[in-house]
Design a protein around this ligand. Sequence first.
Ligand SMILES: Cc1ncc(COP(=O)(O)O)c(C=O)c1O
Length: 411
Amino acid sequence: MQTPWDHRFAQRTQRMGSSAIRELLKLTEQPDIISFGGGMPAPDVFPLEEFREACERVLKDSGPQALQYGPTEGYLPLREMIARHSKRYGIEITPENILITSGSQQALDLLGKILINRGDHILVESPTYLGALQAWNAYGAEYVTVPMDNHGMVTDELEMALRSGPKFIYVLPNFQNPTGVTLAEERRTKLIELADRYGVPIVEDDPYGQLRYEGDHLTPVVELDSQFRNDCSVCYRGNVIYLSTFSKTLAPGLRLAWVVAPPEVIRKMVQAKQGADLHTSPFNQYVAYEVAKGGFLNRHVKLIRDVYRERRDAMLAAMDGYFPPGVDWTHPEGGLFLWATMPETLSSPDVLKAAIEQKVAFVPGAPFYPLGGGHNTMRLNFSYCSPEKIREGIARLGKVIQDKLGGSVGK
Ligand SMILES: Cc1ncc(COP(=O)(O)O)c(C=O)c1O
């Protein structure tokens, strides 16, 4: 329906649409639906008591500062803690390399603001994180894609894509959203070498790196880049912009995340952030620091890993039992999602309609492909529902797919 506002909106809004995921999240608010849709952490693992105590301590000890405006870069003790923690995780940095943002989603938007001119091509995995496409579409981004397989971005096809002169490479090396796939170590090295050879920076989005349920930790791309440059200084000055967040390890409602980048990139992002929201909530930063310090965050992440590992295993086992032949899926070593591919004859929006009638939901895969494709794919989240609900939901979904294929359930 046309409204008088339509011709007033700026051109950049023409490529803004409501995210398929956000629309779906509305449906999942119905209490009787089993939702594998959103990327939501399990609410039962939120450390409520620790947050309550931390809020009290912050108000008592630092109330006036926590409720005041703060520096755009973020709360220094929190940035120092992130720098220390990153070191244990393999990344050598100082607080100069860190900007606190209001969620990684804001970091993606700020990167669009400082890096993307209308018509610039961004090199992305196909499929890739929908929220990044949403953020960058508003800045007039175009995309060049590199396919994924079970070991992440197919780096053999990267060089060809780099020849088109993209502005930057966007990569999700650990338990990618949406596929759950991890970028193999040798491909990480190849990515860095090729990016360096073609002079193209890398944006490494890593919200899930700490949520590994099996296998060995793989070196972050930012750290491999610093090794590649033989850079022994404690201040990182390489080719990678690294993003991570407290959304999956503490709570997404904090809207608290961080960027690691060379100081000149951080300074430009600070200017962009001042125009967006001045700074991230100091109160939330003080509280997160209080909750996380003294080893609590590490202990808490171990608990989350145990809970989510069980849920992932429940989903994989249920899919083995209830999904009909012809459907394939990934086996993520961590993160929150797995990815299923149905036979070509099926369309996931059609399957979703039938699934919602059976009170189960997932996200259709096509919107994660910036240049089209994936009509028969779906993203399934395993962190939000209990193992019992997962089994029940997958049984219902298996039946829906089987009915659409026209045959009998089970393998
Ligand atoms: C790959 C990726 N990047 C960024 C985000 C945004 O995270 P945040 O809650 O920190 O804004 C998400 C959230 O699911 C994500 O999966």
